[in-house]
Write a protein that binds this ligand. Structure first.
Ligand code: SF4
Length: 482
């Protein structure tokens, strides 16, 4: 399950070495996100870029072909963790490493090739690759894995550009076989029985943009905080018509969609571009232009709102004054994604408590407030959300460390994942808590105190703000932060 080794590469002097890790580190941090956080906390002064696989990588478990990535966000100076699909995580494991930590800066642009050792070469071909987006100047540039899958946000591509790192290539491994365990069947069954994943209107059918109809119907699209009209009713994922499915390494949900050889936008980007006024018939083309440039569309849309420019004019030629992004509707310098905080108070609480900054995927409150699973909660009220969010933050931190995809949490719980590691759900949740709190300790060291846990001015009504502040206080007490 673990190799016990981290490959550490210094680009300044083009050297590399192997860091052995004790079993107690894995017992506490599992792998993936947890291990990345352990390494970032240990080597913070070296400003590393860290990629980690986990104990389920290469195992054939559903949604386990994800790679965790963590670093200091070049835009905000805070921590950012993300993950991406493709062959990279299993290729790294196959080469004998649980993680790859890169520090320093090469004198000129180089690629790193890991293939029975390390070499520095031209752009690797035929390998599992990670490359930065094309724009070197923008501070919110993503990475692209295997030419298709991207990291979420946080400027990972900008980090690679700053390091003069053109690409990382690893000799790909063969396709994993499905494990022969009862946990595998159980997880498979839950995924196939979940309407939000594999149902008629689920993300397996329409991609994650399937969530758009749910947020639109509740009037919690980003047009509310941009003070813009809601997009027309007939503009949804279904209206994009027939698409082809792409999956991260064998996942049968296959929520990544293609149309005519172009990628179909995911939820946040779909909602953001539509709310900014990109014509529906041009949304796929505009999205693909941004993906090729590696631009974080959420941040770019906030800049468009601030600039007042035509969205396409902006995205095809980003003005220099917006290379740093926008801070107007942000938490810890990270702009709000495509769920309005005033219509989902648990999501809003998750925005302010996430070590990433505004990010709905840390506390996953969308699961109970919008998808109504496992039980519906009152999205208009903050009351009781501290305890629920903490449980989800811990579960998400643990599952990110196996790692498995965030969307699997719509159907599968730590009870099933515990069986994959022969442990208990309680133990996994305890690890999740340690992993989360380690990230909080890192952001404190980076200068983000408890006072930075706040929403942008005017995000909530005064009545909402009072209840929200009381629940946030409760959250801080429960986490031992106040
Ligand atoms: S659900 Fe989607 S993002 Fe998650 S592993 Fe499957 S294909 Fe990848």
């Amino acid at each position: 399950m673990h190799t016990g080794k981290i490959l550490s590469v210094n680009l300044t002097n083009l050297s590399w070495n192997i860091l052995p890790l004790e079993k107690c580190i894995y017992d506490k941090f599992i792998g993936g996100r947890g291990l990345s956080g352990h390494l970032l906390g240990t080597y913070l002064e070296n400003n590393p870029l860290i990629f980690c696989n986990g104990p389920l990588t290469g195992s054939g478990y559903q949604t386990s072909a994800r790679c965790a990535v963590m670093h200091i966000n070049p835009k905000t100076g805070g921590l950012f963790r993300s993950d991406f699909g493709g062959r990279f995580a299993s290729a790294l494991k196959n080469e004998g490493y649980d993680g790859l930590m890169i520090t320093g800066r090469a004198e000129s642009c180089i690629s790193l090739v890991i293939d029975n050792g390390v070499r520095f070469a031209d752009v690797p071909r035929g390998y599992a690759t990670v490359s930065p987006g094309a724009d070197r100047n923008i501070k919110y540039c993503k990475i692209i894995s295997d030419g298709f899958f991207t990291s979420h946000r946080g400027g990972t591509g900008t980090m690679m550009h700053r390091m003069n790192l053109t690409a990382i290539g690893i000799r790909p491994s063969g396709a994993p076989q499905a494990p022969d365990t009862s946990a595998y069947e159980d997880i498979e069954r839950l995924i196939n029985a979940a309407p939000s994943l594999t149902g008629r209107l689920g993300i397996g059918k329409f991609g994650t943009a399937a969530l758009y109809d749910l947020t639109r119907a509740r009037d919690i699209l980003p047009n509310t905080f941009f003070n813009l009209p809601q997009p027309a009713a007939n503009t949804n994922a279904c209206a994009l018509g027939e698409t082809q499915s792409v999956s991260c390494g064998g996942c049968t949900i296959a929520c990544r969609k293609m149309k005519n050889g172009l990628r179909v936008p995911e939820y946040d980007e779909f909602a953001m571009l539509l709310c900014m006024g990109v014509p529906f018939e041009r949304i796929i083309e505009t999205y693909n232009h941004c993906m090729k440039q590696g631009i974080d569309i959420i941040t770019a849309c906030h800049c468009i709102a601030q600039s007042g420019m035509d969205p396409e004019e902006f995205l095809y030629d980003i003005p220099e004054e917006f290379y740093n992004g926008s801070d107007r509707f942000a938490v810890k310098g990270v702009e709000l994604p495509a769920i309005a905080p005033n219509g989902a108070l648990g999501v809003a609480l998750g925005y302010v408590t996430s070590p990433n900054g505004a990010d709905w995927t840390t506390a996953m409150a969308l699961t109970h407030e919008i998808l109504r699973k496992p039980v519906p909660t009152d999205r208009q009220s903050a009351e009781g959300k501290a305890v629920i969010n903490i449980a989800y933050e811990n579960a998400k931190a643990a599952s990110d460390s196996l790692p498995v995809c965030r969307y699997a949490l719509f159907a599968v719980s730590l009870e099933e994942y515990a069986k994959t590691l022969n442990t208990t759900a309680a133990k996994l949740a305890e690890c999740g808590s340690d992993i989360f709190m380690n990230e909080i300790n890192i952001i404190r060291r980076l200068g983000f105190g408890i006072e930075t846990d706040r929403l942008p001015q005017g995000a909530l009504t005064p009545e909402q703000q009072t209840g929200f502040d009381a629940e946030l206080k409760k959250y801080h007490r429960m986490r031992g932060l106040a």
